[in-house]
Design a protein around this ligand. Structure first.
Ligand code: 5GP
Length: 199
């Protein structure tokens, strides 16, 4: 498919917690030079394995987040289990206008808001091979943590959220199952290549 103007393409990547989204997005950015990752704002607590501020997230207070909402700085924002999350217009619109393709790692509510504004955005949903595999991965990842371990209640909450998210998969343009990581990365790269702005 060829784009009809010089605007960059917006790529949205969603998927339940534990599906391997962060790794797949990192591998996509390595494989496809020139893609810009949209750094989100979040109020959630910093975790031990988080990248430094400004790489994936800018970590902000509730007041700072609310000030950005009031100033209408967000393209989309949503409340998720662990806090508020939002995509700044400044992360997406200027690059897009310069013809740069932008990647958003956001959840389902954010995807809906972006699709309403930009129906031409390409939305990819990452799925686990089965719900049992997702639960197993989440529990193993949690067992391996030395700090900030999730309680059983929190794990069950995450699994309930994952179930809800998986039910929304048909709203996406593409679905990719992450059974084998290399295979899932290859599929995502292939989809992105197909829709990148043609120069
Ligand atoms: P985590 O706290 O595990 O890093 O992310 C929780 C969820 O928030 C993930 O599904 C992630 O895709 C989503 N998320 C991250 N940034 C944003 C954002 O700017 N907007 C929205 N709507 N969701 C986001």
């Amino acid at each position: 498919m060829t784009t009809t103007n010089n605007m960059g393409t917006i790529f949205i990547i969603s998927g339940p917690s534990g599906v391997g989204k962060t790794t797949i997005v990192e591998r996509l950015l390595e494989a496809e030079p020139g893609l810009k990752f949209s750094v989100s704002l979040t109020t959630r607590d910093v975790r031990a394995d988080d990248k430094p501020d400004g790489v994936k997230y800018h970590f902000v207070t509730n007041d700072e987040f609310a000030a950005h909402v009031a100033a209408e700085d967000f393209l989309e924002h949503a409340v998720y289990s662990s806090g508020s999350y939002g995509t700044l217009k400044s992360e997406v619109l200027p690059p897009r206008e310069q013809g740069i393709d932008v990647v958003l790692d956001i959840e389902v509510q954010g995807m809906k808001q972006i699709k309403q504004l930009y129906p031409e955005a390409i939305a990819i949903f990452l799925l686990p091979p089965s719900f049992e595999v997702l639960e197993d991965r989440l529990r193993k990842r949690n067992d391996a943590q030395t700090e900030n371990k999730l309680s059983e209640e929190k794990i069950l909450q995450r699994l309930a959220t994952a179930r809800y998210e998986i039910k929304q998969q048909d709203l996406y343009d593409y679905k990719v199952v992450n059974g084998d990581l290399d295979d899932a990365v290859a599929q995502v790269v292939e989809i992105v290549r197909r829709h990148r702005r043609k120069v």
